[in-house]
Structure formats: C-alpha cells, structure tokens
Design a binder for this molecule. Structure first.
Ligand SMILES: Cc1cc2nc3c(=O)[nH]c(=O)nc-3n(C[C@H](O)[C@H](O)[C@H](O)COP(=O)(O)O)c2cc1C
Length: 300
C-alpha cells in the first residue's frame, strides 16, 4: 500500500476544487491511500477581503513571515507519505502566508522530509518567482520537487487584475458588469486538471517520478509568458523595498500602506503598459534568453 497526501489551502474553494480534480485518478487506485490535509490558521484571513485587510497582508506575505497554524492530524504526522501533492496560491508574488507557514512549520517539515512533492498552483497569472521561493522552502524542508503544474486565469493581464480584485472583494465569482470574463482559473481548466493527475499517477506507479516534469509540460501543465516573467522579476525588486520599509516602520504602517496602494495602482496601470511596449520592441533581440528562461521555468 502506498500513501499520498494532498495538501491545500483555499479561501474561495478554487484551489480545493483543483486539488479534488487532480487527485481524482489516485482515488480509483486500490493500492493507494489518499489523505487530504487542509491547512488551517489559528487566526484566519478574511474572505471576502476589503481594501484595508488586503493591503495589510502585503508586508508579511512578501517577507514570508509565517503565522500559527492549527495542528496537523496525528495520523498524518505518523504516516510516511510516498508523494505529496502540494497545492498553493500566490499572494503578492510569493507563496501565500498559509502555505509559507506550512512549509516552515516543524510539522510540515516532518511530513515533507525525503518525500517527493508535486506543486500545483492556482493563481491569477504571476507565479514564476513564487515558485522559485517554493523551491527554496522545499529544499529547506529536505523535500524533493519532482513536478509542477501552474493553473492560471487566461484572460489578459490587466483584465484579470480587475476581475480578480472584484472577486476577492465580493467573494463571488461572476461576470463583472456583465461583459468581463469570469475571474480566476476557468471551470474548464479546473475540470480538465484531472489529466495532470493521471500523468502524475502513471509516473508514480512506474516509480518514475524523476521523469515526470517533461511529461507534464507536454500536456500543457506549465505555460510561460516571457512578458509576465519580466514584470514578476521587476516587481519583486520593488516589493522587496516596499515590504521592508513598511515592516520596519510599524508606527507609520497605515500611512505607508496607503502610499503603497497608490504606488501599486500607478505601477499596474501606467508602468506595466510601458513595460509591455518595451518588451514588444526588444523581443526579437532577446529570443535566445527567452528560450533558455522558458525551459528553466517550465522545469523543476
Ligand atoms: C492578497 C492576495 C494577493 C494575491 N497576489 C497574487 C499575485 O501576486 N499573483 C497571482 O498570480 N495571483 C495573486 N492572487 C490570486 C491568488 O493567487 C488566488 O488565485 C486567489 O486568491 C484564489 O485562491 P483561493 O483558492 O485561495 O480562493 C492574490 C490573491 C490575494 C488574496
């Protein structure tokens, strides 16, 4: 008998739904026991969010400051898992606080030690650098990253900014103003994510998890947008400065968060279109670098 653990945290239920679909093929196998673990916080984050709570989560998320979690079930802690399907969402270009806290906790480390892990992220679209941070956290936990699946909102970057913010601040997934697309990962992509589970299961059964990632990439598990990679990298540098400034000036926290909000608004609506145009102009001269980067970020 083999043991598989499915770890997730989800506010809206989107990532939970992805986790259920990906793990479906494993449930049909008689030689595998599947256990689900939902990460729970001692002090939950609000959902829906409002402007204050949403921005207040920024410094600690970006600086990867962990919070206290509810204990993991004894039975899970006493099981040696053969595979962990680790589902996570990105907050502020970083692993969300619940996931970061799990990976840094003694319990999380105990579960992950010497264990193959497949990461599955369900974000808006900017997950590349967060995955790099996840790689570091998994390494610190002595886990072995063998695969990655990235499920994103396929609407244009600025459209998904509008629709996801509306969704996060209302708690309801709906067509904003009637004509905007639905926010988040599409229902079709969520339903079809079972195919990634089938590939993971097949490699798992053949004891060939080391060759998993190229198989996942071949069925479109990871799409890389060179433009979003550029934005993600640049924004990480800027977020680094802002998060440290706010975190180290707790007395001025409220004021600084308000200024950060204005800055972010301008960065998204003024700077990012300029970066996009520059990206288009310089694209033909960067083909070699882009190809290399794409291969790297599609890998594990
Ligand atoms: C505070 C906050 C920050 C977020 N920042 C990002 C981000 O930087 N990049 C991204 O692709 N998605 C971002 N998202 C979207 C989430 O990754 C995720 O898709 C969404 O919260 C739904 O996840 P759920 O399953 O927890 O409901 C953010 C969401 C929240 C709440």
């Amino acid at each position: 008998m083999k043991n598989v653990l499915v770890v997730y945290y989800s506010q809206s239920g989107q990532l939970e739904s992805i986790a259920r679909n990906i793990s479906k093929p494993f449930l049909h196998s008689e030689e595998i026991t599947v256990t689900f673990h939902e990460i729970q916080l001692e002090k939950p984050f609000p959902f829906p969010w409002n402007k204050t709570t949403f921005f207040d989560a920024f410094p600690e998320t970006f600086l990867q400051v962990p919070t206290t979690l509810k204990p993991v079930h004894e039975k899970i802690l006493n099981t040696k898992f053969d595979l962990v399907l680790l589902h996570y969402q990105v907050w502020y270009l970083s692993p969300s606080i619940p996931i970061n806290s799990f990976l840094k906790s003694a319990e999380g480390k105990k579960i992950l030690e010497n264990t193959p892990v497949v990461t599955i992220n369900g974000s808006r679209n900017m997950w590349i650098m967060a995955q790099e941070k996840i790689k570091v956290l998994l390494k610190d936990a002595n886990a072995k990253l063998v695969g990655n699946v990235a499920l994103v909102d396929r609407a244009g970057n600025l459209i998904s900014v509008i629709t996801i913010v509306k969704w996060m601040f209302s708690g309801v997934k709906k067509n904003y103003l009637g004509f905007f697309p639905l926010p988040g990962v599409s229902e079709k992509d969520i339903q079809e994510s079972t195919k990634f589970g089938e590939t993971i299961l097949s490699q798992f059964n053949q004891n060939e998890l080391n060759d998993l990632q190229p198989k996942l990439v071949a069925i479109d598990a990871v799409r890389i947008s060179p433009y979003l990679v550029t934005v993600d990298k640049t924004a990480n540098k800027i977020f680094n400065k802002w998060s440290n400034l706010i975190y180290k000036n707790q007395k001025k926290r409220k004021l600084l968060l308000k200024i950060f909000y204005v800055y972010l608004f301008l960065a998204i609506w003024l700077i990012s279109p300029i970066v996009y145009i520059l990206h288009l102009i310089t694209y033909p001269f960067k083909l070699k670098t882009i190809k290399k980067e794409t291969q790297y970020y599609q890998g594990v």
